[in-house]
Design a protein around this ligand. Structure first.
Ligand SMILES: Nc1ncnc2c1ncn2[C@@H]1O[C@H](COP(=O)(O)OP(=O)(O)OP(=O)(O)O)[C@@H](O)[C@H]1O
Length: 603
């Protein structure tokens, strides 16, 4: 049996060696415990009946348990958990919140192990290489730890990887692949491109293996630094390539104050508002101009110092995102569409980017886009008003009561509920992983910005900056030229149409004639009936599973009574499988009923 050496720390750290079987059992133990807890939550009715609040509370408790299990299971799961903490498209909010806390909670490993890794990788003793080497680590992280040293008179830091990671990843990922394949089969949303668990697994595995090669991180850091070479408000530590290997990364020591340490930033006398603006602008620059962005901007990875009147220091380039030029152009087009409050422009850009797949019924999508553009505008106006009030009357903040919030939510749902359900049924949106990282980056930035300046408004900073990019950046100019061309085409078409009116009347008459003759058919979409059919199908399927489970339990019992053990056990197992399907079916029907109640306003 292959043995893997794992370092001390949590449960995964307790043993020096780990067998594949032990590790597999540990992983599956946690998986089954999670399934058991989740099904208990789904079944057990709390006192006083189930309410949305109680459901959220149960999800919170389970999500917390999951986070703790992930920490017990160690690096592979922590890193995958961190990746999932961006997937608002896959996980409920409570899970996303808990998984976002998975940073920097990993214990360090013995410094002697770090020293022997450095000596093995660099081929000499630390005393020979460095004038000084700090045995006490500066920081510990999930995949490695950071030590300070002095090299040829320069202050440097060395990021040293935990030993045995590759072997641990190999075992863990084999097990995770089995889980992904199972989810692919049982998740009703995993058909086609809707939620491809195996593809998600492949993506996670790929990112993980990339992260344990520090030469890739060094390369990313240099590319990032090169992109920002003309902007002195961004600092990236310089790489010492001669002392960098896949497991040891040596770079310039750039101390700074973490961007969420407000008091310390104030002590340095830095302009917090300006730092918040820099953070947003640097991200717009990365996403819209460079197409290469830091995909993990948590406050541990961004610091500030007082050089050049206050600058941002970026650490950790293990997880970077790339955006192709056509997506960048598409994003600028979306932005331009939002700016112009034109839903067609926004949708067209989304189709071009492959985020929206035109389905038969695009009216629901268009109406929803219009609705969101209007409410976005409304929200901005309300915020503007609130700010104005706050200047006149310091401390003013309009707080909506719980009832008011609920009423607003109900009104919103009543306005577009039907369309949202149609979109949910057609599933025309595709959400590539890169986008989830972009969304996550901006939501983290929003948090960072609000910490720095309570009046921080990401949209206000983004608007003029993105408009500038639109005017001066190559992709932006392309967007404007395309738009001008489209406007010109529309105007010339309108001019041409003036002379084509008689033709059109003739065509209309022909269509009416064909309708009368039955050559043409109108397709009418009745969303209510579609939903009813969906419910009937779900009920029918569940009844089918019930019949199968009932027959199997009878058959297995007869076999068992006649001491035909093996087939009887198989019968019981199959019966349990069908039982699980019944449970999933019942949950699905319940969910459909709940949606229906929301939409008809009978909730
Ligand atoms: N060049 C540097 N100069 C000064 N401090 C540094 C430098 N690089 C890293 N650090 C410190 O070490 C900490 C951990 O570094 P880093 O985030 O790169 O590690 P990591 O293993 O990639 O972490 P994780 O993957 O968990 O985010 C940083 O938050 C920072 O405090």
């Amino acid at each position: 049996m292959p043995k893997v050496s794992v370092v001390p720390g949590g449960r995964w750290n307790r043993f020096k060696t780990y067998s594949t079987i032990q590790r597999t059992l540990e992983i599956w133990g946690s998986v089954f415990a999670f399934i058991f807890k989740a099904s208990l939550d789904a079944h057990e009715l709390p006192a006083g009946g189930m309410t949305e609040e109680k459901r959220v509370m149960r999800r919170k408790v389970l999500a917390k348990w999951l986070k703790e299990s992930i920490l017990r299971l160690g690096p592979t799961f922590i890193k995958i958990g961190q990746q999932f903490s961006t997937r608002v498209d896959i996980l409920p909010k409570e899970y996303v919140d808990q998984l976002s806390e998975l940073q920097d909670q990993v214990p360090p490993f013995p410094s002697e192990t770090a020293v022997s890794t450095i000596e093995e990788e660099l081929g000499a003793s630390v005393n020979e290489i460095f004038e000084r080497f700090d045995i006490e680590p500066l920081a510990a992280a999930s995949l490695g730890q950071v030590h300070r040293a002095c090299l040829n008179g320069q202050e440097v830091v060395l990021k040293v990887q935990r030993p045995g990671l590759k072997e641990l990843f190999d075992i863990d990922l084999k097990n995770l692949r089995v889980i992904a394949e199972y989810l692919q089969k049982v998740d009703p949303k995993s058909d086609g491109a809707k939620r491809d668990w195996v593809a998600i697994y492949d993506e996670c595995a790929n990112v993980l293996y990339q992260e344990i090669d520090y030469t890739k991180e060094a390369f990313n850091a240099e590319k990032f630094a090169e992109n920002f070479k003309n902007m002195d408000y961004v600092k990236v530590p310089e790489i010492y390539w001669e002392y960098t290997t896949p497991q040891v990364l040596t770079m310039e020591y750039v101390p700074g104050i973490k961007i969420n340490r407000i008091q310390q930033i104030d002590k340095l006398g830095l302009d917090r508002k300006r730092l918040g603006r820099y953070a947003v602008e640097s991200y717009l620059e990365q996403i819209l101009s460079h197409g290469f962005f830091h995909a993990d901007p948590h406050p541990g990875n961004i610091a500030v110092d007082d050089a050049n009147g206050g600058r941002l220091i970026f650490y950790d380039f293990g997880m970077m995102g790339s955006i192709s030029p056509n997506i960048r152009e598409g994003l600028l087009e979306v932005f331009y569409g939002v700016y112009e409050k034109d839903p067609d422009k926004v949708l067209q850009a989304m189709v071009q980017m492959g985020v929206l797949v035109p389905t038969g019924d695009m009216t629901a999508v268009r109406r929803t886009a219009q609705f969101f553009l209007d409410s976005f505008e409304e929200r901005l106006a309300a915020q503007r008003k609130e700010r104005e009030m706050a200047t006149v009357e310091p401390g003013f903040k309009k707080q909506l009561s719980k009832e008011e919030k609920f009423e607003k939510k109900k009104q919103r749902l009543a306005a577009i509920g039907e369309d949202l359900l149609a979109i949910a049924a057609d599933q025309p949106f595709r959400f590539p992983a890169t986008f989830t990282f972009v969304v996550r980056a901006f939501s983290v930035l929003d948090g960072i910005g609000k910490g720095l300046d309570p009046r921080f408004d990401i949209t206000e900073i983004a608007k003029p900056y993105a408009m500038e990019l639109l005017r001066f950046n190559e992709a932006g100019v392309e967007v404007l030229v395309k738009d001008a061309r489209k406007r010109w085409d529309r105007q010339s078409r309108a001019f041409y149409n003036v002379f084509r009116q008689p033709d059109r009347v003739e065509k209309l008459a022909q269509i009416i004639e064909r309708l009368e003759q039955g050559d043409l058919k109108l397709r009418v979409r009745a969303l209510e009936s579609e939903r009813s059919f969906q419910r009937v199908a779900a009920v029918q399927k569940t009844i089918g599973y019930g019949v199968a489970a009932g027959s199997l339990v009878n058959l297995a019992t007869i076999l068992h009574l006649n001491s035909i053990r093996m087939p009887a056990t198989m019968g019981y197992c199959l019966c349990a499988f069908f039982g699980l399907q019944i449970l999933l079916g019942v949950l699905k029907v319940k969910k459909l009923d709940q949606q229906e109640r929301l939409i008809t306003g009978t909730a």
